[in-house]
Design a protein around this ligand. Structure first.
Ligand code: ADP
Ligand code: MG
Length: 599
């Protein structure tokens, strides 16, 4: 376990780059500080020796004040050096933290966009920030303390054995027993129990987050807290595991550990009793008493040193979790980027025997699909929910890469097109397009940062957003999400459409929203669609079939297969799935109209 965590630390330090040297310097200084901090104990011994030597005529003890000052100066020096050590380790820790952030972000830039659909960006950020916080504690504090503790232990060993090895060994026995007790709590078969305990703790904190997220549902449905069974069970499981670990594993060793760290002198006294007669005989009584005084004082340090080892050990565990979090981010899949990009020759889109499986899912979301869209055509994807429409559309801008087959734009496999080139050719509006918490201007301009204010206004106008801008206090400079400025779903979609219009890309991929279909918005959104799709190659996922009647071609996707393809007229009269959907759609419209008339 020790070796593993050391290599974890080494990996973390790898992120520090040249600042690693600063960490090493800090560790060295911390060790020096610790040794300096031990000198006062030596001074106590020197003072005691002098007092005993001159007893009972204390006035002859001239060196006492010198030792006092010496102890004071070394203490101060120790504090100053420790401070310098922490400066070094902190500088290195901050640099490491910023490097970890940079590397993670660089990596995330290469992950497919679909990754962010499955991993909420908040979660990714949490992992990154968690790792950074843990690294900071470890590199800035724990490592320095570990270096100090090691230095302390070594100098302690030296000091203990210098004066009287017999009494020194007696003190050390206590230390050895304590260390053995601590190791037994963490090692061997107890490690499994400890791991269970930690897993229960993790589980509880996850369930807690879920619980807080679910509070709105609880309030709306007037549920009691017991509806959060998972959370309750996680808490009970944790308390169960914690109790088991405490009672079965820790009770005895911890008692032993505490007894021996704080009562090191228990061994010292018998040792002294054994040695005393010999000392008396050889006339070394003064030296014996001095040494005994020294060990009596010094054994007190043992408990401090051992407590520090405990903290250091927990610091090593932090390295492991931090690295785990970093790896969760760094293990995100990346898109292969071609070295020799090709340029699409036109704006056609082609699916050739495309199969696509989501990670961890057995059933392919798309299976052996072939579709062709000629430049300038408008093509609609329709079909039952879960049929694979969104998946198919997201393969074109490489939100994901196909499992088998090829998706081509302009006759070139999308994987062979430079990502920037591909992105410049495609504007996409998806159902869950987010607006940033920024002004409308910034939101629209995200599509083309160099666009002028006038161009943004023109795009907003084309996307039928005039009414939105009018009612906002600061016009297009109003920041969305502040001061009660919230846009309805339909309004948000029109702003997203303005963004796509501003992008002015030759290919448009649209996932039409169903949820926001209040009649007024629907008309405006249709107009904005018309504006966006003019003279472009369009792939449109339509939920209201009225939108697709004019499409050049319709593909009906069902369970990941192309069930039918053709124009509206061909499909409506074919008696297949589409004609059934068309009939149902007309029924629904009739119902809606009669319902509206009835009001
Ligand atoms: P549609 O847009 O036609 O409603 P989708 O393309 O969203 O259908 O979904 C097609 C299939 O893929 C469904 O069975 C759905 O459950 C599955 N699916 C969609 N997104 C994911 C995802 N991120 N991870 C795993 N499976 C998914
Ligand atoms: Mg969909």
């Amino acid at each position: 376990m020790k070796e593993k965590s050391q290599s974890d630390v080494a990996v973390l330090l790898g992120y520090a780059g040249n600042y690693r040297m600063l960490t090493y310097l800090g560790l060295g200084l911390s060790a020096v500080a610790m040794v300096l901090g031990m000198v006062p104990y030596l001074c106590i011994w020197l003072a005691a020796r002098e007092l005993i030597a001159v007893a009972p005529d204390w006035t002859r003890a001239a060196g006492i004040s010198r030792y006092g000052w010496m102890a004071f100066s070394y203490s101060v020096a120790g504090i100053i050096v420790y401070f310098a050590a922490l400066m070094c380790t902190h500088l290195a820790a901050f640099r490491t933290a910023s490097n970890i952030r940079k590397r993670c972000l660089e990596h995330l830039m290469k992950t497919p966009l679909g990754f962010f659909d499955e991993n909420a960006s908040g979660l990714v950020r949490n992992r990154m920030d968690g790792a950074v916080a843990e690294t900071e504690t470890l590199l800035a504090h724990n490592l320095a303390d570990i270096a100090g503790t090691v230095a302390m232990f070594i100098s302690m060993l030296v000091l203990m054995l210098i004066f009287d090895w017999r009494m020194g060994s007696a003190c050390l026995i206590a230390a050895v027993v304590s260390v053995a007790a601590m190791c037994s709590m963490m090692g061997g078969k107890n490690a499994a129990l400890m791991a269970e305990y930690q897993a229960a703790q993790d589980q509880m904190s996850k369930a807690g987050t879920e619980y807080v997220r679910g509070i709105p549902v609880v309030k709306v449905f007037q549920q009691t807290v017991y509806s959060f069974r998972a959370f309750k069970e996680a808490i009970e499981n944790y308390s169960d595991k914690a109790e088991r670990y405490a009672v079965n594993v820790c009770k005895f060793p911890q008692a032993l550990n505490l007894t021996f760290t704080t009562g090191a002198f228990v061994f010292l006294v018998p040792a002294a009793v054994l040695i005393a007669p010999g000392a008396l005989k050889s006339g070394n009584m003064a030296a014996f008493v001095t040494n005994f005084a020294f060990y009596a004082v010094f054994s007190a340090i043992i408990s401090t040193a051992l407590a520090r080892i405990m903290f250091a050990a927990s610091g090593m565990m932090l390295a492991k979790t931090a690295l785990g979090r970093i790896n969760e981010v760094m293990d995100a899949p990346t898109l292969d980027i071609t070295d020799s990009p090709e340029t699409p020759k036109d704006n056609s889109i082609e699916f050739e025997n495309v199969t696509f499986r989501y990670d961890g899912s057995d059933i392919p979301a798309l299976e052996n699909i072939s579709m062709t869209v000629k430049p300038g055509q408008t093509v609609a994807l329709v079909g039952p929910s879960g049929g694979g429409k969104t998946t198919a559309a997201s393969l074109i801008p490489r939100f994901w890469d196909v499992s088998e087959g090829t998706v081509k734009v302009g006759g070139v496999d999308v994987r062979k097109i430079a990502p920037r080139d591909l992105m410049n050719r495609i504007a996409f509006v998806f159902q869950n397009d987010h607006l940033f918490k920024a002004s409308i201007l910034e939101n629209v301009r995200a599509a083309r940062p160099e666009a002028s204010r006038e161009e943004v206004l023109k795009a907003l106008h084309a996307a039928q957003c005039d009414d939105i801008i009018e009612k906002l206090s600061n016009g297009i400079d109003t920041v969305i999400g502040t001061d009660g400025t919230y846009l309805s779903g339909g309004e948000q979609q029109r702003v997203a459409l303005a963004r796509a219009i501003l992008k002015d890309a030759p290919i448009v991929v649209l996932d039409e929203a169903t949820a926001f279909a209040d009649p007024e918005n629907e008309v405006l959104i249709q107009k904005a669609f018309a504006e966006l799709t003019k003279n472009r190659t369009v792939i449109m996922i339509a939920h209201r079939l009225s939108t697709v009647t004019g499409a050049d071609k319709i593909f009906v996707l069902e369970s990941g297969h192309v069930a039918e393809e053709g124009t509206h007229e061909e499909l409506a009269s074919s008696g297949g799935l589409y004609s059934r959907m068309w009939k149902e759609y007309n029924q629904a419209v009739k119902w809606r109209i009669s319902a509206e008339e009835a009001v």
